[in-house]
Write a protein that binds this ligand. Structure first.
Ligand code: TPP
Ligand code: MG
Length: 898
């Protein structure tokens, strides 16, 4: 007999006559256990069980690991506390919010077909949010902002509807939901701080980013507290997550960080409506059980909110456990069908499987069966779950709330197609109106008229009072005025002075710069170095020693290298976020740190230094969301360049991150060759981002090739920041052509300059191009101005004024793809010849790599001669010979396709 069944029988009839000896033995054990729990308490019972399990394991008995609990509420009804709010007024508020959320989408799609929006997600989420807004979400903690809420992006109409009821946003805004470009106050489709900077904090609509970012947010909050940059508060990070959204690796990938870091300031609420966009999340299984096991296995506190209060009566009747057993048997696809097919179907298919269950509900009508509530729609159950979650200590909590997608939307409820529903049929609208008692005339209801009760109506007064008691409105993002003073360039003197002949890389130069910055008495403590397990690659051991790695528990072991100068130092108030091998996690930390100026009113300055190949192409969507969040900081792409990173080959050699970074509007991309260039960019970046409060961030490449870093030539700061300056004039002073170089390839251009002059008598100037992207943006903006002001004198972009007087063709060489210099083609036209590293990388040394990709000095010189020959400025026959001398093979395979 199955253990469960024996247990049920024994529980029902302890000591019943006719038990066999096996059953009697079990009964005795259970009786003894019950006695211990009764006399010595539940904890003692738990200890005994644990001891038994351990004993069983050490004696070789295989005990199955049980991560699931039955398919019922985690909190038993007898442990619930009564609801503290006015249920009636709250229901009213919720109904009005539901109405306005639905109406907002419905009417907009009636007037502007195809404008989109969602009504089903919020319908399933309404109770989960309302209980939070009325009882849990704090508006502030002293001078610190309140709780952080990551809303499900597609539920935004509900969030707007509530803000509308409370007067936080106007009717005009609501009427312009998804009409952002009409010169009127409007609402963005989803949570976007870029578009609604005083309202939204967190962009969440790209599935998976909200959950991931929220974990690192909670962790960063602890980091700031442990480093005494903010006071410790009971503030929580709440993340509302879709059950379908948990399929994203980003959603589940960092769960163990949250438990390892004991983030009891973090609460996930998974809206388990069992559906995603196309259909059921797990038609043939049970998503809630799957998530329970995953979260519990990852060390989270799991609270399941499965069934509403109307089920409690049934559970009370369920002496044998048969109802619980039946709930456990049914798969999600079937649960969904129950909601669609109604009470008669539920009676027949669900309760009808066992005669005892049919009997149990014999006094209930089909309608009552259909209405049996899922836990996520019962404020009492939700309240109790939230209360436990905020009181829980020592680990993060996940609430798995069972809901119905499209709840209350009549025919759209729980249907596979409900996610895409934008409009309701007239009949559904009027049914909605009656069900939720919305005081809008029938005709107006059909058009989706909004409804806001007067400010002095009991429900609005109540709602505002609740918010007042919780510290004010929640949806406010305020950026304090900056009092920040950026350190002047003179504080970067070491970097500007050059390396005095010593061969160093820009990475090494940057690391010493960072070390210096962290010593700055004013801003040093605000620097947040972030690294995903590449500290040693970038030579950051000294920084680890200087400021320590953040470790919330301190260092619980004696590091084996403690006797060494640069030992692995972990500290409770350590400054470095060493994230381990997770670029996504590091980017989430970068996001928390890069938005702290607004979210914590502490302008932390993150430097996220990583292997450039595993940046934009791996976590590009997170960078996009970072920009949307108005994030500030420096992304430092280490080991950049397809030919500079030698040996590593195809997967590691990055020749395109500059292309990807150029797509992010607030990202300012630089590819410096020398340490002083890095210093100028970083100094000015800090000033613009934190002193001038510009919404921008930086992507700067760093290389690992060592060479002597020159002292900064006078007066080149402007050129460095604008993207280009002349680094070395032609030896004779009279150039007939120009060479552009970036990063270490600038050295190749300089060598080409010599070759051309010495061997072929061709004089060329050499320019350092720090940013093709900045040059292009400036030129585009200038061109646009000219286009829109045809009567005004034409302006000239920086790239043209800077090149005034520079003669001849231009050969631009980069360690990135040719498309990087090609960004200037519209302004340089046929003058421009781009050399770059298109194609897959190879493992070899720099010399061979640069020859393969045709970006070495010889290839640059050959390209220059070839171009001059075509222009009739150099003898073609001589070029052929020069190719031989330079080792250039005209028939070699194109590296772009090799
Ligand atoms: C990365 C990403 N992929 C796809 C989408 C498109 N999308 C929007 S909502 C949705 C389904 C959401 O299902 P679920 O998470 O269960 O939320 P629900 O609406 O059911 O509450 C999808 C696929 C997206 N927003 N982001
Ligand atoms: Mg869902």
């Amino acid at each position: 007999m199955a253990t469960q069944e024996i247990n049920n029988r024994i529980l029902e009839f302890p000591g019943a006559p006719g038990m066999d000896s096996e059953e009697e033995e079990v009964a005795e054990w259970i009786e003894a256990f019950d006695q211990v729990v009764e006399e010595e308490g539940a904890n003692r019972g738990c200890e005994l069980l644990e001891a038994l399990i351990e004993r069983a394991r050490t004696s070789g008995v295989e005990v199955p690991i049980q991560l699931n609990t039955p398919y019922i509420n985690t909190i038993p009804v007898e442990e619930e506390v009564p609801y503290p709010g006015d249920r009636q007024l709250e229901r009213r508020l919720k109904s009005l919010t539901r109405w306005n959320a639905m109406a907002m989408v419905h009417r907009q799609n009636k007037t502007d077909a195809g404008i989109g929006g969602h009504i089903s997600t919020y319908s399933s989420l309404a109770t989960l949010l309302e209980v939070g807004f009325n009882h849990f979400f704090h508006g502030c903690y002293g001078d610190q902002p309140g709780d952080f809420i990551y809303f499900q992006g597609h539920a935004s109409p509900g969030v707007y509807a509530r803000a509308f009821l409370l007067g936080r946003i106007t009717e005009e805004q609501v009427l312009n939901f998804r009409h952002e470009l009409r010169g009127l106050p409007a609402l963005s489709s989803y949570p976007h701080p870029w578009l609604m900077p005083d309202f939204w904090r967190f962009p969440t609509v790209s599935m998976g980013l909200g959950p991931l970012n929220s974990i690192y947010q909670a962790r960063f909050m602890r980091y700031l507290e442990n480093r005494n940059l903010i006071p410790r508060t009971p503030r929580k990070v709440w993340a509302f997550v879709g059950d379908g959204e948990t399929d994203e690796p980003e959603s589940m990938g960092s769960l163990t960080l949250a438990s390892r870091e004991k983030l009891d300031n973090l609460i996930f609420v998974v809206n388990c409506n069992l559906q995603r966009l196309d259909g059921p999340v797990r038609g043939n299984g049970k998503i809630i059980q799957e998530l329970e096991a995953a979260f519990r296995g990852a060390g989270w506190n799991v609270i399941k909110v499965m069934w509403g209060g109307d089920w409690d009566r049934l559970f009370a009747r369920d002496k044998s456990g048969l109802l619980v057993k039946r709930l456990g048997e049914v798969v999600d696809g079937e649960y969904q069908a129950y909601k669609v097919k109604g009470g008669e179907y539920i009676r027949r298919k669900f309760f009808g499987k066992y005669p005892e269950l049919l009997e149990m509900v014999s006094d209930m009508s089909d309608e009552e069966l259909h209405r049996l509530t899922r836990g996520g729609h019962d404020p009492q159950k939700v309240y109790n779950a939230y209360k436990r979650a905020v009181e829980h200590e020592g680990s993060p909590t996940v609430i798995l709330a069972h809901t119905v997608k499209g709840y209350g939307l009549g025919s759209a409820e729980a249907r596979n197609a409900t996610h895409q529903e934008k409009k309701l049929a007239d009949q559904a609208l009027t049914a909605f109106r009656s069900r939720f008692e919305i005081p809008v005339p029938e005709m107006a209801a059909k058009e989706g008229r909004l409804y806001r009760p007067p400010d002095d109506s009991p429900e609005i007064v109540y709602a505002k009072k609740r918010r007042e008691e919780l510290g004010g409105f929640l949806l406010i993002r305020e950026v304090p005025k900056s009092t920040f003073e950026a350190p002047p360039l003179s504080e970067f003197a070491d970097s500007v002075a050059g390396s005095k002949g010593r061969a160093v890389s820009t990475t090494m130069g940057f690391v010493s710069m960072l070390r210096q910055l962290m010593k700055d008495p004013k801003i040093g403590k605000l620097i947040v170095p972030i690294i995903p397990d590449e500290g040693r690659t970038f030579g950051m051991e000294s920084i680890i020693r200087q400021v320590g790695i953040y470790a919330s528990q301190g260092q619980l072991y004696k590091p084996h290298d403690q006797d060494m100068l640069l030992y692995y130092r972990e500290e409770k108030d350590g400054q470095i976020l060493e994230e381990g091998i997770t670029e996504a996690g590091s980017m989430a930390s970068f996001t928390a740190a890069g938005t702290a100026y607004a979210n914590y009113r502490v302008p932390t300055i993150p430097f996220f230094t990583y292997y450039s190949m595993f940046g934009f192409q791996r976590i590009g969507d997170m960078v996009w969301a970072f920009a949307d969040s108005r994030g500030k900081g420096f992304m430092m792409g280490g080991t950049a360049g397809r030919t500079t990173l030698a040996g590593e080959g195809l997967q590691h050699q990055d020749g395109h991150s500059l292309v990807l970074s150029s797509t992010v509007p607030t990202c300012h991309t630089y590819d410096p060759a020398y340490v002083y260039e890095v210093a100028v960019i970083v100094q000015d970046g800090i000033r613009r981002m934190y002193q001038e409060m510009e919404d921008r961030f930086y992507y700067i490449t760093l290389y690992n090739e060592d060479y002597a870093m020159p002292q900064m030539p006078e007066g080149c700061e402007g050129g460095i920041l604008s993207g280009l300056y002349k680094y070395k004039s032609a030896p004779s002073g009279k150039a007939i052509m120009q060479l552009f170089g970036s990063g270490p390839i600038l050295n190749e251009a300089l060598r080409a300059q010599e070759i051309l002059a010495e061997k072929y008598g061709v004089q060329a100037d050499v320019w350092s191009v720090t940013s093709y992207n900045e040059l292009r943006r400036d030129a585009l903006a200038t061109e646009r101005w000219n286009r829109l002001h045809p009567a005004e004198p034409e302006k000239r972009p920086y790239i043209l004024t800077a090149l005034d007087g520079a003669e001849g063709p231009i050969v631009a060489a980069t360690d990135f793809m040719k498309v990087v210099p090609d960004q200037l083609s519209p302004w340089l036209g046929r003058r421009l010849v781009s050399l770059g590293t298109d194609g897959f990388g190879r493992s070899d040394n720099r010399e061979h790599l640069r020859r393969h990709f045709e970006v070495n000095a010889e290839s640059i010189a050959a390209a220059a001669l070839s171009r001059l020959a075509r222009d009739g400025k150099f003898d073609v026959q001589r070029v052929q010979k020069a190719f031989e001398e330079l080792g250039v093979d005209s028939e070699k395979i194109d590296p772009a396709i090799a």
